[in-house]
Design a protein around this ligand. Sequence first.
Ligand code: GLV
Ligand code: MN
Ligand code: MN
Ligand code: MN
Length: 425
Amino acid sequence: MPTHGVNSLLAAISGEGRDAKRGGYSRPVYSDAEITLREWFIAEASVRGLEVSTDANGIIWAWWDLPGSPGDDASRKGSLVTGSHLDSVPGGGAFDGPLGVASALAAYDVLAAREASGELARNRALALAVFPEEEGSRFGVACLGSRLLSGAIDPVKALNLRDAEGNTFADIAAANGLDPARMGRDEKALARIGDFIELHVEQGRGLNTEQYTDAAGRGPAVAVGSSILGHGRWRLSFSGQGNHAGTTLMIDRADPMVAAAQLVLKVREIATAQPDARATVGRLEPVPGGTNVIASRVDIWLDVRHPEDAVTALLVEKIHGQAQKIAAFEGCSVVLTEESLSGTVHFDAALSASLERSVHRLVPDAPALPTGAGHDAGVLAAYLPTGMLYVRNPSGISHSPEEYVEDADAEAGVLALADALEDLL
Ligand code: GLV
Ligand code: MN
Ligand code: MN
Ligand code: MN
C-alpha cells in the first residue's frame, strides 16, 4: 500500500542521509542517501500505478496518463508536470526538495480520489518529476538535470564537471546506469511538458513578514511564486607558495589563505554597499589543507545574486578587481572562473494567475512572493510556462537543519497544489 499524506511520506525518508557531523541532511546527488530517496520515489509512484521511467539526463518521471491512453506518447505532449528534487546541500534541512516531491505524490492521491468519485474529469496527462543535482552541491552547477534537459548547459561542460573526490559527472552518471553520450537537450521530454509547477518550502522570512502575519504573528500557509533573483557562482583560485608553517618567516610568505580571508571581507563590503545584492562565500578549500602547512592554493566559491543581471556582473567585476589587488599585495595570483549564471526569472503570468485563483479558494490571503533561491522551475522558465507554490517556513531559515514546515501547512500546501493542478488538467 502506498504511504498516504505528505507528512507520512516525509516521515518515511526522515532517517535517510542524516549528517551526524554537520547536523541536518547531506544527500548529494547519486550518493547512497539520494539513491535511496530516488528508489523510494520510484516505489511510491509505482505502487500507485504510475508509469515510471528515468530519462537520459537522470530525471525520474512518473506518468498518470489519460484514461484510455496508457503509455501513449502522443497524448503526453503538453502535459502538466509537478515535482522537485531529492538532493540536498551539505547539512541541509528536511524539506528543501523532498517537500515538493512528497507533495506531488500526495496531490496525485487527492486527484486520483477525486477522479474515482467522479468529481474530476481530465483533459491532460500529469507527470510527477524528480530532478537530479538541483543544489549543485556535488558537481558545482545547480539545477544540472533541468539545464541538461533544456540545453541550458552544454553537455560536454556538464560531463566534465568534477566532484570533491575528482570524479567526473560522466563517470558518476555512467556508474548510475546513464549513458553520458545520450545526455543533453531532450526535445521529446521537453515537448511533453506543457506547464511545470514546483511546490517548495519557503526559504526566507517571506511569509513571516509583518505585512502578511495575523495578530498571533502567523503568516498564511502558502504563497504563489512571482520571481527568482538572478544568481551565479564563480570560483576564485588564489595561488601562492606552499611551505612549512614553522620554518617560513612571516615576511617570507606568499600565503593564499591570507589573501582569501581578505577577499571574504571585501565581498561583504561590496555587496552591502549595493542595494538588493547578496554575495556569499560559503565554501573555501585550502590545498593541501594541513594545520602545519602554508597552503599553496585556496579556492573560494562565490555566490552573487541581484535582481538586475547587469548589476550582478558589475559586482563580480568589482570583487575580481579586489581579488587581483589583494593577490598582488600578498605575492599571490588569482584566477576567476564562472561556474554558472542564471538571470532573474519572472514566472509565467498566465500560469501564475491560474495558480493564484486556485490557491485563493483555500488560502485567501496567499501572497505572491519573490524568492532569492534558485529552482528547476527557474531554469525551465526560459523554455516553457512554469510557476511555484511556497509553503510557510516558520523559522525563516533554509539550507540549514533549522528549516521547518508545520504538518498542517504541508497538508494545506498539498491541497493547494491539488486544486491548482485540477484547474489546469
Ligand atoms: C539553491 O537552492 C540555491 O538557490 O542556491
Ligand atoms: Mn530546492
Ligand atoms: Mn536548496
Ligand atoms: Mn534550490
